[in-house]
Design a protein around this ligand. Structure first.
Ligand code: NAG
Ligand code: NAG
Ligand code: NAG
Ligand code: NAG
Ligand code: NAG
Ligand code: NAG
Length: 671
């Protein structure tokens, strides 16, 4: 045979074998006893396959990590009728914690539109490598997961630290139950410890006609129990898409476990084949400490030493179990915090006050976290803000700063009552403001809208709070995020400046050296954007925009048509130039306002939001104008002359080194 016919033959053979394997491989069903090289798996993160075919998703070395393994080929679901959405899967898994009774975090069987959950920035720890803080709970996820969770997370309403749950698009399970199986022989439920380290078999089946999802568990030595652990009616029509991927996800937290999968079968067109237990790969032998006993005379000593060691280990484990049980209320407390004693709340009190941080008690959400309403035992209403962080750096400074903020006392500042600290989490406790934020009242069509008298009082209140921060307290406090959303209204509609999330403290004689631009677009001083240096005049700028917003009822930047935006400062200035500044007032007021006051607020707003910092008044002057103790200089709108506000505007003179705080670095984590 010549060279050409031979290569032709080879080609035919290759094609034939390819076609053959494509036929043999019905992509919608498969069975694996171990995962050798032929297994169609796509892994990421910590996931690896041992030489014996054992799939390991996470290990006990890497904290806060995740691992995924997906069947590489897409599974086609016929979404045109819900009957044809049935599927069935069973697999054998094992969870081996680093230390007995210390496990983290859990694993899940997943059906997802993507097999790249790792690349999609899903988070480890309590997110199990399935979701992250921003997409958890969103119906656009299209993710169905059966979680095997070994840590109780109260944020996700976990029932205990050993449960099985059905998760649809969210880590808050549709349904969950403590891990257990029904023993047909004894006719009773038996608890199953997920982290026992021995292989456990699980059967998952969905009947599209009945819309029933069943999950059944059992130790490997026991055949499939007749009664499922979970049997939940659920309509998967809006969850499953035509093309989905199936696989596993697991994660570690600060505590670590190895999550293994030994074998897996999946079937879209009928019941998944049973796994042959005897052909599954074995789990690695755990290294067990052994006593050396070469010398007979020393044997007794060795034995008694090991007995003592075992006793010590047992006591430690006992104590550890006790600690884990008490984790619900666990806090982080350090010696230096004792000096701030009274401002510190116990987590237990806050947990009780908010009745367990339930979602229905969330009154606000921000880049930093959620705000919950609560009632203290003393019947005082509070708002608790949960801020998560993951850096250890600067915590001391942060708390010290918080505590000094807690000492700020002014009737136009929302009172910070105290704080509490847990691992990775700060809780800030504020007075509760029943009327919510000014932003909401100003920009929703609640009738009647705020009248001019109320608005002017709020403006004056905020000005007085800001003056206190800038000049009247022992240190200069820059708020750095003045806007209606951060002005809260108490029961009598008094405006109180809140959210010191971005605030910074400076000694009165220091020059600020800001490194990071913070604030909200539309309220940000152009000078700050140019130089990056914040000063009291940065706050004055934002306060100017704030005044214009309250008087006109318009947002600082409004969309006009599809492309064009209108800047509020320019918009008011145009009316002034036309000699009709009062026309910039909120039309919802229907002309019911004191004209002098309205003109004052609009003009003062323009002066404060002047592009040149040196042309802006300081807060003391603003206060004098608002109180009528001084009259606004009469400058024509087109004048290039800078208003004769005193040059002492800058509260920072001298140049000793600034007391910088690390508040940003902690608080901006996770934004
Ligand atoms: C999907 O299901 C519908 C209704 O059962 C059926 O008519 C259709 O042929 C199915 N499509 C495919 C691609 O199997
Ligand atoms: C969360 O995950 C989504 C995709 O699933 C991703 O687009 C987004 O960037 C992630 N968010 C964060 C904060 O990582
Ligand atoms: C066993 O557990 C299931 C599910 O949690 C429950 O519905 C059932 O009543 C229990 N059966 C017995 C005999 O306790
Ligand atoms: C689910 O469990 C219920 C109750 O045991 C049973 O009637 C049903 O046939 C099961 N369905 C599937 C798809 O296994
Ligand atoms: C299931 O959901 C789909 C789409 O959301 C809907 O068309 C269908 O009627 C639902 N079926 C049942 C039984 O509720
Ligand atoms: C899938 O179900 C079909 C129909 O019951 C069966 O013939 C096939 O062997 C099953 N395959 C697997 C891998 O479970």
């Amino acid at each position: 045979m010549g060279a050409a016919p031979r290569s032709f033959c080879f080609c035919v053979l290759l094609c034939a074998s390819f076609i053959f394997s494509a036929l043999a491989q019905d992509v919608n069903q498969f069975i694996y006893h171990g995962f050798n090289e032929d297994a169609q798996l796509q892994r990421d993160g910590l996931a690896s396959v041992h030489s014996n075919g054992l799939l390991q998703l996470t290990n006990t070395v890497s904290p806060q990590q995740e691992g995924h393994a997906f069947y590489r080929l897409p599974i086609k679901f016929n979404t045109s009728s819900s009957e044809s959405l049935s599927f069935s899967s069973n697999f054998v898994f094992a969870i081996v914690p680093e230390l007995l009774s210390f496990s983290g975090q859990g694993m899940a069987f997943v059906i997802s539109p993507s097999k790249d959950l790792g690349k999609a920035e899903a988070s480890p720890s309590e997110y199990l490598g399935l979701f992250n803080a921003s997409n958890n709970g969103q119906s656009t996820n299209h993710i169905l997961a059966i979680e095997l969770d070994t840590v109780q997370n109260l944020d996700f309403d976990d029932i205990d630290d050993n449960h099985v749950g059905i998760d649809v698009n969210s880590l808050i399970s549709h349904e969950s139950a403590p891990a257990a199986y029904f023993s047909d022989r004894e006719g009773m439920n038996k608890t199953l410890e997920l982290i026992i380290g021995d292989p456990i078999q699980i059967w998952i089946s969905y009947d599209g006609a009945e819309k029933l999802l069943n999950v059944t568990l059992a130790p490997m030595s026991i055949p499939k129990p007749t009664k499922p652990l979970l049997s939940r009616a659920i309509n998967l029509s809006h969850i499953l898409l035509e093309t989905m991927y199936v696989g596993f996800s697991a994660s570690t937290g600060s505590l670590k476990s190895s999550h293994y999968v030994l074998g897996w079968s999946f079937n879209r067109s009928g019941p998944a084949l049973n796994l042959d237990i005897s052909s599954l790969p074995r789990l690695p032998h755990l290294p067990r400490p052994r006593a050396k006993a070469n010398d007979k005379p020393q044997l007794k000593l060795v034995i008694s030493v090991s007995l003592i060691a075992i006793l010590v280990v047992l006591i430690t484990i006992g104590a550890a179990v006790y600690i884990v049980r008490n984790k619900r209320y666990e806090e982080v407390y350090e010696d230096w915090e004792r000096e701030y004693g009274p401002q510190r709340f116990t987590y237990k009190d806050l947990y009780k006050a908010t009745k367990g941080f339930k979602d229905k008690d969330v009154i606000g959400r921000g880049g930093f976290g959620k705000v919950y309403r609560g009632v203290l035992a003393s019947n005082v209403q509070i708002a608790v803000k949960k801020v998560s962080h993951d850096s250890k750096q600067g915590i001391k400074e942060f708390v010290a700063e918080l505590v000094s903020m807690g000492r700020l006392r002014h009737r136009n500042l929302v009172k910070l009552r105290g704080y509490c600290r847990r691992k990775g989490e700060f809780l800030l406790v504020y007075d509760y403001m029943p009327n919510g934020s000014l932003d909401k009242i100003l920009h929703t069509n609640i009738k009647p809208c705020l009248n001019w008298y109320q608005r002017f009082r709020i403006i004056r209140g905020v000005a007085s709070g800001l003056l206190y921060l800038h000049e009247d307290w022992e240190q200069v406090v820059l708020h750095r995020d003045i806007k209606p959303a951060n002005v809260l209204l108490d029961a009598d509609l008094n405006g109180k400046l809140g959210d010191f999330g971005l605030a910074r403290l400076y000694d009165h004689d220091t020059i600020p050296q800001t490194t990071k631009l913070v604030g909200t677009f539309g309220y940000m001083d152009p000078e700050l954007m140019r130089t990056g240096k914040a000063s009291t005049s940065t706050d004055v700028y934002a306060f100017g925009v704030f005044m214009l917003e309250v008087a006109s009822g318009r947002r600082p930047v409004e969309q006009q048509g599809s492309m064009e935006t209108v800047n509020l400062v320019d918009w008011v200035c145009d009316y002034w130039k036309k000699g009709a500044i009062l026309d910039a007032s909120d039309s919802r007021l229907e002309g019911t306002y004191e004209e002098k006051q309205m003109e004052l607020v609009l003009k003062l707003g323009l002066f404060c939001s002047h592009p040149k910092p040196e042309a802006r008044p300081n807060m003391r002057q603003v206060m004098q104008y608002l109180d009528g103790d001084a009259t606004l200089p009469d400058i024509p709108p087109d004048s290039t002359v800078i208003a004769p506000f005193s040059a002492s505007n800058d509260a920072f003179s001298g140049n000793s080194s600034a007391t910088m705080s690390t508040i940003d670095s902690i608080l901006t984590v996770g934004r």
